[in-house]
Design a protein around this ligand. Structure first.
Ligand code: PCA
Length: 213
């Protein structure tokens, strides 16, 4: 049996739910192909232990692919991240009250790591379901970017593909405001399509997915 590890985060910044965890927990046990099963786990939203928690899961589960997910406040679609950068610059304190400003994720590490997932093929597959998706050029500078960087750092050169997806708020989190959101069922279906495309696509599609600025 091969394992595909999906992670979502615990709630942070006054929210009582985190859509990333609400969505990936629904994919626990889903089979992507004969002998390939999704395992879903939650990560703490704290600079001090999120990365360590993820690397422990990797040691324990020996996954064949890893996709971490998080809430991207203000995102309107399934945002497949292209790059993780070696910087922590927190706008708000994390769940342990820590707020690093301009520190390295890994001292002396490379400035950035690219995802090793086929991001264009993943966007294409989600859109084919009629669900909004795009390539994102920045995962921010908070705990999600840190976890994404540590994930790519841990698996660099291993042949195990890995990356990060940001999801929007759930509708109930933004009720009465103009902020974008996505229904949970849509998010689950979109993530499942993205994960399946990642598993099935050895070489990424050559599709436009950039931005001018
Ligand atoms: N989103 C935050 C951290 C946890 C989460 O779900 C982020 O984008 O950094």
């Amino acid at each position: 049996m091969q394992t595909v590890l999906l992670t979502g985060f615990e709630p942070f910044d006054q929210d009582s739910v985190n859509p990333s965890w609400e969505a990936v927990r629904q994919l626990e046990g889903v089979s992507l192909a004969p002998g390939v099963q999704i395992v879903a786990r939650q990560l703490p939203c704290a600079f001090a232990n999120a990365g360590e928690c993820l690397t422990q899961l990797i040691d324990e589960l020996r996954p064949a692919m890893v996709i971490a997910t998080g809430l991207g406040p203000g995102r309107s679609d399934i945002s497949i991240e292209r790059v993780a950068i070696n910087i922590n610059d927190a706008r708000i304190p994390d769940n342990l009250g820590e707020q690093p400003i301009d520190t390295a994720v890994v001292t002396g590490g490379p400035a950035a790591y690219f995802t090793t997932l086929p991001i264009k093929a993943m966007v294409q597959s989600v859109r084919e379901m009629g669900i909004a998706a795009s390539v994102s050029q920045t995962a921010g500078t908070f705990v999600c970017n840190q976890v994404f960087y540590l994930l790519q750092h841990a698996l660099a050169g291993s042949g195990v593909r890995s990356g990060f997806i940001h999801v929007p708020f759930l509708p109930e989190q933004v009720a009465g405001s103009q902020r974008p959101s996505m229904a949970l069922g849509t998010m689950v279906a979109g993530l499942q399509a993205a994960v399946l495309a990642a598993w099935q696509t050895p070489v990424d599609a050559k599709e436009v997915g950039g931005q001018v600025s």
